[in-house]
Design a protein around this ligand. Structure first.
Ligand code: NAD
Length: 287
């Protein structure tokens, strides 16, 4: 069986000109503020990728870098400053935040009208309900567009999502449900993971565990979407974002021969997430 490679880099390249045209059509170039607390290397690498992509399509990205000694109140005050600043159209708080900070309270401080990551309760309600005017969190929107590009329809399919985080697993599950799939969500307490994942027509994995889905957990012909991004220290690699070796949650070499379609890591969902983030920003500007 030949397996279709779901190539996020190629789809990103195909979408880029239309995105740049949408930016040009706006009255003024949009500005996205990314608030980073501390010096996590992976966060810095992801922000660099967002800045670089913003430059390509004519979007300003304002990187607001704060020390990890910042208090909750000071951080919320900084976000409120961005909320009030008319020259800023979208705001992202780069996650994860240092453990001492209350992530929920901080993401909730973002003005829902500038909530590019779709994590305020206002946005969550809308994407949970599957409202037509709802923006989706970037990873979910990226997966949606990747599937759409390859004309993969979730209607009536058994979709299994591994992972239940607010940022990734839950919005992906809600999206699949709203596309009329029958959805199973697995997590760290799932009793028999393989029994669930083998039922999947479409298997979406977002667990943050390098290579842990093997061939014996996948049904022949399944569509496998690997959201995981895990950096392997000490190995040389060339990844465009991190400069380090990246692997997904799926053992690509083992699963690829039996899958009907599969995303690589790097080069699958990751590039689509960046595109989707800027699509969210442009949608916000057009409201
Ligand atoms: P998280 O740690 O918040 O959540 C992980 C989830 O996996 C949890 O719900 C947990 O229950 C589940 N899990 C952990 N071990 C499991 C096991 N053995 N069996 C079944 N479920 C298990 O992580 P997250 O923020 O949701 O991110 C998940 C992965 O996706 C990470 O690798 C992250 O780097 C990646 N990610 C990728 C993108 C992208 O654009 N491709 C964006 C965001 C996150």
């Amino acid at each position: 069986m030949s397996t279709l490679l779901l190539d996020g880099r190629a789809v990103r390249a195909a979408l880029l000109p239309a995105l740049a045209d949408r930016v040009k059509a706006l009255i003024r170039p949009p500005t996205l503020a990314i608030v980073q607390v501390g010096k996590r290397e992976d966060s810095t690498a992801f922000i660099k990728a967002k800045i670089a992509f913003g430059e390509k399509i004519g979007v300003n990205v304002k990187h607001i870098h704060l020390p990890d000694t910042i208090t909750q109140q000071e951080l919320i005050a900084k976000i409120q400053e961005c909320n009030a600043d008319d020259s800023i159209h979208g705001i992202i708080v780069q996650l994860p935040l240092p453990i001492a900070l209350d992530q929920d309270a901080i993401t909730e401080a973002v003005d829902p009208c500038k909530d590019t990551d779709c994590l305020t309760s206002y946005s969550v309600k809308r994407w949970m309900e599957g409202r037509e005017d709802a923006l989706l969190p970037a990873t979910t929107r990226g997966v949606k567009e990747l599937l759409a590009h390859y004309k993969i329809d979730l209607f009536g399919k058994n979709v299994v999502v591994v992972g239940r985080s607010m940022l990734v697993g839950k919005p992906l599950a809600a999206f699949a449900m709203n596309e009329n799939a029958t959805v199973t969500v697995c997590h760290s307490k799932t009793a028999d993971l393989a029994a669930e994942t083998k039922k999947a027509d479409v298997l979406i994995v977002a667990a943050g565990r390098p290579g842990f889905i093997g061939a014996d957990q996948v049904k022949e012909g399944a569509i496998v979407i690997d959201v995981g991004i895990n950096t392997i220290k000490g190995e040389k690699l060339e990844d465009e974002v991190s400069g380090r070796k990246l692997v997904g949650d799926v053992d690509f070499d083992a699963v690829q021969p039996i899958a009907g379609a599969i995303t690589p890591v790097p080069g699958g969902v990751g590039p689509m997430t960046v595109v989707a983030l800027f699509e969210n920003l442009i949608d916000i500007c057009m409201r």
